[in-house]
Write a protein that binds this ligand. Structure first.
Ligand SMILES: Nc1ncnc2c1ncn2[C@@H]1O[C@H](COP(=O)(O)OP(=O)(O)OP(=O)(O)O)[C@@H](O)[C@H]1O
Ligand SMILES: [Mg+2]
Length: 571
């Protein structure tokens, strides 16, 4: 690996090195109440505990009343609108219309791409809107609105209107707690929740104790989606506007190569570990009717977030490896992905869906005909306040032990489950070896590190180590600017994706430990270079249509890299 120099490797523990994967999640923020210290609801529990003198009896692992953690929201009787229906039915559009007419508001989405899109939409409509994600702060003069990733949802401010998109993700096994926190904690006169009808009974149950007013609005698909009776069969039947869905990075590149070998189509690619800005640019290129890249090969990363002009979805398989095992796709997964075909208002207003092989068609058809199973429980995770107070009683416990204790002993009501924190435990196991305060350790545990990616996890380890040793982390200590190159092999491509993750992590930390991570600008510019080099690689992978002037022009100027970028690279 050319560009990252990891000086000292800390000993990975067995947990740290075990292969447990996190969902395609974008854990991009810390609860904002952390910035303000202990939140009121928990403070009052603590007072109760202190004055009664029953220190040993007070049970911080009692999480049966999470709605009391958010006293600001509890002061309001919120009007809650549940916009539910299939994909492409106008749920988000309707909720955003309400946000646009409000005097102040917040949009919370599951992905940075969605937050970007909403802030762009509001600013274009002359409604100043800030963009806040784990790795971005774009502030607009006079803004009373903000678009954020759900982990950055602010539960300390009063809003006129709030939107939480893809609310069914409160059932997600790793990120569910952030959606639950937004649901219970956002203080707004109107709260609009958009998502799958399968979340309705659970949300109604959860909200029985908050005193809010709940209304459900059902939506129908705006454009038809036709399940085809015939499979694709052969790649010679691929046509413009098709999107092939497969579930491994290796398969994505294999299929791209196979389709392009027919010399009729060029493929854009979208998958989870591509930098978000690269995903957006690949999608834009596919959407552009003038572009030569008229077919998309993608993973389930297209299920949410990108506006795609897809005519037909073709599942190459209906099973995927989910980190633990290879399993069939669930009904909601199949519907969410299939629903991307035929976007309302696009050049393909009628969507079609099929499979590569005939043997998969019965499962596809039956899944599309079935309702999604109702969600039964929402994710919950103790916030920092609870962990902190528990640690005061057990000062010798490491963060790993504290987290483990909560996971094993948490008491929950029937509507909740503790979200999976294997990834946090893996970080805690490494971080606990360093002389850091609990809040610093917690911060590193909440960071968007990908512990299954060796380069990303080593980056985190090195950052934490340097931070604990010197209090300041200069990017150049582990990264040498000027060494990034257009990858020539798939291994080099993967390495560049990982380097992007490390730089992204640096930027994330720089927003939370500003004085200790002072090189945000350098990290951001190197991140941009990484994504452009990745795109350059993707561009070079494609074949060139004979007599295609457009493509020739592109390849003789041959590069997506601007002069500035070239200069940076050779600096
Ligand atoms: N009333 C409308 N007028 C014009 N365009 C609309 C309207 N409703 C929805 N759209 C457009 O249709 C598309 C789908 O709408 P939207 O994204 O709101 O659907 P959704 O139900 O939230 O779908 P998803 O499951 O993808 O989140 C968007 O491009 C949106 O801008
Ligand atoms: Mg939507």
């Amino acid at each position: 690996m050319a560009s990252l120099l990891f000086r000292r490797r800390l000993r990975p523990t067995s947990i740290a090195s075990s292969i447990l994967l996190r969902d395609n999640a974008e854990l991009s923020g810390l609860p904002l109440e952390l910035k303000f210290g202990i939140s009121f609801g928990i403070c009052s529990c603590f007072r109760q505990f202190s004055s009664s003198g029953g220190a040993k009896k007070f049970d911080f692992t009692d999480l049966t009343r999470p709605h009391t953690w958010y006293p600001i929201a509890r002061r309001k009787k919120r009007k809650i609108f549940l916009h539910v229906g299939p994909t492409n039915s106008g749920k988000t559009h309707q909720a955003l219309k309400q946000l646009e007419t409000s005097s102040s508001g917040i949009y919370c989405g599951p992905l940075r791409l969605l937050a970007w899109e909403v802030s762009k939409r509001l600013n274009k409509a002359n409604i100043p809107c800030n963009l806040i994600t784990g790795q971005e702060r774009e502030e607009v003069d006079g803004a009373k609105h903000k678009a954020v990733t759900v982990e950055m949802a602010d539960v300390m401010t009063d809003y006129d209107c709030a939107v939480v998109d893809e609310i069914q993700m409160l059932g997600c096994r790793t990120r569910g707690f952030s959606f639950t926190r937004a649901l219970l904690g956002i203080s707004a006169n109107e709260l609009h929740l958009c998502g799958d009808p399968a979340a309705v009974p659970l949300i109604e149950e959860i909200l029985k104790v908050t005193g809010d007013d709940v209304k459900v609005q059902h939506y129908e698909r705006l454009s038809p989606l036709i399940p085809l009776k015939v499979p694709l069969g052969s790649f010679s039947n691929i046509r413009t506007g098709d999107c092939i869905v497969t579930f491994s990075r290796q398969e994505i590149y294999r299929l791209k190569k196979e389709i392009e070998a027919g010399k009729k189509h060029l493929c854009s690619v979208v998958y989870g570990s591509l930098p978000p800005e690269t995903r957006t640019r690949q999608a834009t290129r596919f959407n552009d009717a003038e572009s030569e890249f008229d077919v998309l090969v993608a993973s389930d990363a297209i299920g949410m977030g990108l506006n795609l002009n897809i005519s037909r979805i073709i599942f190459s398989k209906l099973e995927k490896f989910d980190g633990l095992e290879t399993r069939e796709l669930t009904v909601p997964e199949i519907k969410q992905i299939a629903g991307r075909a035929g976007r309302y208002g696009s050049e393909f207003p009628v969507g079609e869906v099929t499979c590569l092989d005939a043997e998969d068609l019965p499962l596809l058809h039956s899944s599309l005909d079935s309702p999604s199973p109702m969600l039964e429980r929402a994710g919950l995770f103790p916030n920092f306040d609870l962990l902190f107070m528990y640690s005061r009683l057990h000062p010798k416990h490491s963060l790993y032990q504290i987290l483990e204790h909560f996971v094993e002993n948490a008491k929950l009501s029937a509507h909740y489950f503790i979200t999976n924190c294997e990834e946090m435990l893996k970080v805690a196991a490494v971080i606990d070896e360093l002389p850091l305060n609990l809040d610093d350790k917690y911060l590193f545990c909440m960071s968007p590190v990908d512990m299954k990616d060796c380069i990303s996890s080593q980056g985190l380890t090195q950052f934490a180590h340097n931070y604990s040793e010197r209090g300041i982390v200069r990017l150049r200590e582990i990264f040498t600017p000027g060494t990034l190159k257009v990858p020539k092999t798939h291994t080099a491509l993967k390495e560049l994706e990982s380097i992007h993750k490390v730089l992204d992590l640096y930027v994330w930390l720089s927003f939370r430990l500003e004085d200790s991570f002072p090189d945000r600008e350098l990290a951001s510019s190197q991140k941009s270079i990484c994504s452009l080099l990745i795109e350059e690689f993707l561009e070079r992978l494609g074949w060139q249509k004979p007599k295609s002037r457009k493509l020739l022009r592109r390849s003789t100027s041959s590069s997506l890299l601007s002069e500035d970028m070239r200069h940076c690279l050779s600096a």
